[in-house]
Write a protein that binds this ligand. Structure first.
Ligand code: NAP
Ligand code: ZN
Length: 339
């Protein structure tokens, strides 16, 4: 049987292992993808550190996958060998349960699949994905450019377009990491008055380059007060990995404003009186499904939204992951399967 290289986590908190595995055949409803590139997301720490309930090992992380369709299982329609294909966090849905029928595939009651968590993801030369999780990838987008759009991109784009903010409204993007640097670009291109909020003066020039109208240094000033001075935010896209920082910035919400919680923080304190006095809300947002990925890729290509990437070969996976976790990557780390 032909073999492939994958990077697996042997057990929770274990070090990455590069191993050879058999390339298996896709079962009914599945597609095998020859992976070209896979982004490294902060959420991969859920696989690495065993933070997701019920996860079993060994497990191959990776939910920013771009490649080509390599083999197609029975009962799959609409795909042919060689098609460009991408897979994000949402790992597939049944299509017929109550949630799927309400067009809420992420809440699918039957499958509840998450790429790189419930089944192996894209840190490898091949992966097998349920066809319901696979998105078409347009020509003209390099695999390393498209990869980060499958999670960092879709999450920020989809959250912003579902935040209730309309063109001209003040929208803040909190945190300029892998997700945030795309969030700022989307916010600007979606027509919002865009404020970028991060720690340190050094990020100001880049925030403006990404399209921010305002830059707020949360280390030097009270970011919530600064947003109130600008009129109060209709939406705050909170991509930071700190619940305290998120709790602090909720004070920047304007009347009817919504804090879109993107960062997977363990807890968040709500200022309930502040919320109810101004009909403000706090809302969690997951990335989206395959059709949202396709919308994200199309919007990004049309409007020139691009992830800034540091590219590593799969053989340097441990270094690539540490680079992302350190927060020093500018801004997304992407693995390629060559070398
Ligand atoms: N909801 C979803 O569907 C979804 C999808 C993808 C990812 N996520 C989650 O989103 C979060 C961000 O992911 P990522 O890949 O963008 O991570 P990342 O590249 O590590 O970026 C995180 C950013 O948070 C900032 N930050 C951390 N603590 C802060 C604080 N106290 N004050 C201000 N900024 C702070 C960091 O700023 P510094 O540079 O100043 O350290 C960094 O820029 C993670 O929790 C991830 O698990 C959620
Ligand atoms: Zn992710």
């Amino acid at each position: 049987m032909a073999k492939m290289r994958v990077a697996q986590v042997p057990h929770a908190k274990g070090a990455f292992e590069l191993v050879e595995r058999d390339i298996s055949e896709p079962a009914a409803g599945q597609i095998r993808i020859k992976v070209e590139a896979c982004g490294v997301c902060h959420s991969d720490s859920m696989t690495k550190d065993g933070l997701y309930p019920g996860i079993t090992y060994p497990r191959v992380p990776g939910h920013e996958v771009i490649g080509h369709v390599d083999a197609i299982g029975p009962e799959v329609h609409g795909w042919k060998r060689g098609d460009r294909a991408g897979v994000g966090w949402h790992g597939g849905s049944c299509g017929y349960c109550h949630a799927c029928r309400r067009n809420d595939a992420f809440a699918c009651e039957t499958e509840n699949l998450v790429t790189g968590i419930t089944h192996d993801g894209g840190y490898g030369e091949y992966m097998i994905a349920p066809a319901s999780s696979v998105a078409h990838v347009p020509d003209g987008l390099a695999a390393t450019d498209a990869g980060p759009l499958m999670c960092a991109g879709i999450t920020t784009f989809n959250a912003l377009r579902n935040s209730g903010a309309r063109p001209g409204d003040l929208v803040a993007v909190h945190g300029i990491g892998g997700l945030g640097h795309l969030g700022v670009q989307y916010a600007r291109k979606l027509g919002f008055e865009t404020a970028a909020v991060a720690r340190g003066a050094d990020k100001a020039p880049l925030a403006h380059e990404l399209g921010a109208h305002h830059y707020i240094d949360s280390a030097a000033e009270d970011a919530a007060a600064a947003l109130q001075k600008l009129g109060g935010a209709k939406a705050i896209l909170a991509t930071v990995t700190s619940g305290e920082a998120m709790a602090q910035i909720q004070g920047g919400l304007g009347i009817n404003g919504t804090l879109m919680v993107i960062g997977a923080v363990p807890a968040l304190n709500a200022d309930t009186l502040f919320l109810l006095r101004g009909r403000r809300s706090i809302k969690g947002w997951y990335s989206g499904v395959a059709s949202d990925s396709e919308d994200t890729l199309a919007f990004s290509q049309l409007n020139g939204v691009k992830s800034m990437n540091e590219v590593y070969p799969l053989s340097r996976v441990a270094e690539a992951y540490e680079r992302m976790m350190s927060g020093r990557a500018r801004f997304r780390v992407v693995l390629t399967m060559e070398g």
